[in-house]
Design a protein around this ligand. Structure first.
Ligand code: ZN
Length: 494
């Protein structure tokens, strides 16, 4: 909670008898809000007395899945597509009223995202859907899915600082996709009868991996993120799995589905070697390859859209009970779209027997490195630092602090670790420009080394980097003569 807003976590405020079916325990929620505040939630109001709202009785599982965002400055924007009887709303709360000012063309893109999702999935698994959206520098960022709502939190400048070229984040499209993928259709080993039974995560590469895929696709199809920026965003993911995941030599994507249990999202040094929740973006690339394969083998007649329709677009209107699936259900549904050895296709990629970037080339594009970052990459380097991941093998914050070091990269092999600060480059005080210039100079002269003065706690030392490969930033470019399957994937459906 901040002086202007509240995220009321029903999950964290509830007491319940342990060991009973959560769906059989009824709750009657009443909330007293600060005077004049507006509250958004998937729960329906039963009545009001002053500032106290009485919500309709719901079972424990639905209560826990229905948080409330409330705020002093609030606006509920209607995103219901024309002709649909099921309301979809974007409830925004902000640090100040001026941040609520969404332009009509911005609202139109959010509405288009909902329209494109309905075209993709067909059925809806809610009786109404309420986005909960905070624009704040005081309340933490958020992205958390629910069946009839989602919690989303970004900075205050979401609407007012909108960059039309790089577009909006895929956050809302991602969390909205979860209503279908993860909440209604739920991995059988992740579904539990109550909150005392631990969940199992073996299918998170569907739950999160395919949501990561559709979130990015819907952001592109709706115009929330323009096509060039969408391709640039994919280039960053492709580069990660082509060059910045040396940890795949010992750990595979399937194993990373255990990460939420063993690591609990704690920050981790050398993520590129330890890996983390790689089933998100690694999964995204597996689904891109599956999509490209279906499109290529059917001459563009079928695609992963057909899988989405068959898998998620069933039982329109059903939402109070979940529909569970196993690995075999996924394989059988894919087989219904295109008969193929899908079990082997998926297992090879999940178990680390095949690389993850095959979908880029299958879609008619290839990963290349250029000496300048894409506009999208530049706009997303919010921390103000510089990314030398694919050249020196490190990224640096604005003040010279080394954030990440690529395992077995040039910096790593010169004895540089994360956490140290770069004080000077070739005898000159550190700046991003100074380091860039040094990398450029070393690329032209094989005898020029890059000398860094490092500070680690109260000790200084000099490290010489023998790197002559120049600046390298990821981009995608077309493979001449090969059909472009990516542009149709990212183009709005009629
Ligand atoms: Zn997610």
């Amino acid at each position: 909670m901040t002086p202007n807003m509240l995220n009321l976590q029903t999950l964290s405020t509830v007491l319940y008898p342990a060991g009973y079916y959560a769906h059989r325990i009824p709750f009657d929620l009443r909330v007293t809000y600060p005077a004049g505040w507006t509250a958004f939630t998937a729960l329906k109001e039963d009545g009001r007395s002053g500032d106290t709202v009485d919500y309709q009785d719901v079972p424990l599982d639905i209560l826990v899945d229905s948080p409330v965002y409330a705020g002093r400055h609030a606006k509920n924007i209607d995103l219901t597509p024309a002709g649909s009887k099921v309301p979809v709303k974007l409830g925004v709360i902000a640090d100040a009223p001026k941040y609520l000012e969404a332009k009509p063309e911005q609202v139109a893109r959010h509405k288009a995202m909902v329209e494109q999702a309905l075209k993709l999935f067909g059925a809806q698994h809610y009786d109404h859907y309420q986005f909960l959206f905070s624009l704040s520098e005081q309340m933490g960022g958020n992205g958390l899915e629910h069946q009839r709502s989602s919690e989303n939190g970004v900075g205050t400048d979401y609407f007012t600082g909108w960059n039309e070229k790089t577009g909006f984040t895929d956050l809302l499209a991602h969390e909205y996709t979860h209503s279908w993928n993860g909440k209604y259709r739920r991995p059988a080993d992740l579904w539990t009868p109550n909150f005392n039974v631990p969940m199992q995560d073996s299918l998170l590469w569907v739950y999160e991996g395919q949501t990561q895929y559709w979130g990015n696709v819907l952001a592109a199809r709706s115009g929330m993120r323009p096509l060039p920026a969408s391709i640039d965003a994919l280039a960053l993911v492709a580069a990660t799995y082509a060059e910045n995941r040396p940890g795949l030599s010992w750990r595979n994507i399937q194993d990373t589905t255990n990460d939420p249990i063993i690591a609990n999202r704690a920050p981790r040094a050398y993520r590129n070697y330890q890996l983390s929740e790689d089933y998100y973006s690694g999964g995204q690339l597996i689904w891109l390859e599956a999509d490209a394969l279906i499109r290529a083998k059917t001459g563009g007649k079928k695609s992963l859209d057909d899988f989405a329709r068959a898998f998620f677009g069933i039982n329109d209107g059903e939402w109070e009970k979940q529909n569970t699936y196993t690995f075999d259900t996924v394989v059988a549904t894919l087989d219904g779209v295109l008969p193929y050895d899908w079990a082997t296709f998926l297992r090879e990629r999940l178990d680390g027997k095949k690389g993850l970037t095959g979908g880029i080339e299958a879609a008619g594009w290839r990963l290349v490195f250029k000496d300048t970052p894409s506009a999208y990459a530049k706009a997303n380097a919010r921390w103000g630092g510089a990314d030398f991941t694919y050249s020196l093998g490190l990224s640096v914050g604005k003040d010279g602090t080394i954030n990440d070091v690529r395992w077995d990269g040039p910096a790593f092999n010169a004895g540089i670790g994360s956490g140290a600060s770069v004080v000077a480059v070739n005898g000159q005080a550190y700046s991003n420009d100074a380091l860039e210039e040094a990398v450029k100079a070393a690329a032209k002269d094989p005898k020029a080394s890059i000398e860094l003065l490092l500070k680690e706690f109260d000790r200084y030392r000099t490290v010489k980097l023998e790197y002559h490969g120049g600046l390298r930033y990821p981009h995608l470019e077309r493979i001449p003569g090969k059909p472009d399957l990516l542009t149709p994937i990212l183009t709005a459906r009629k």
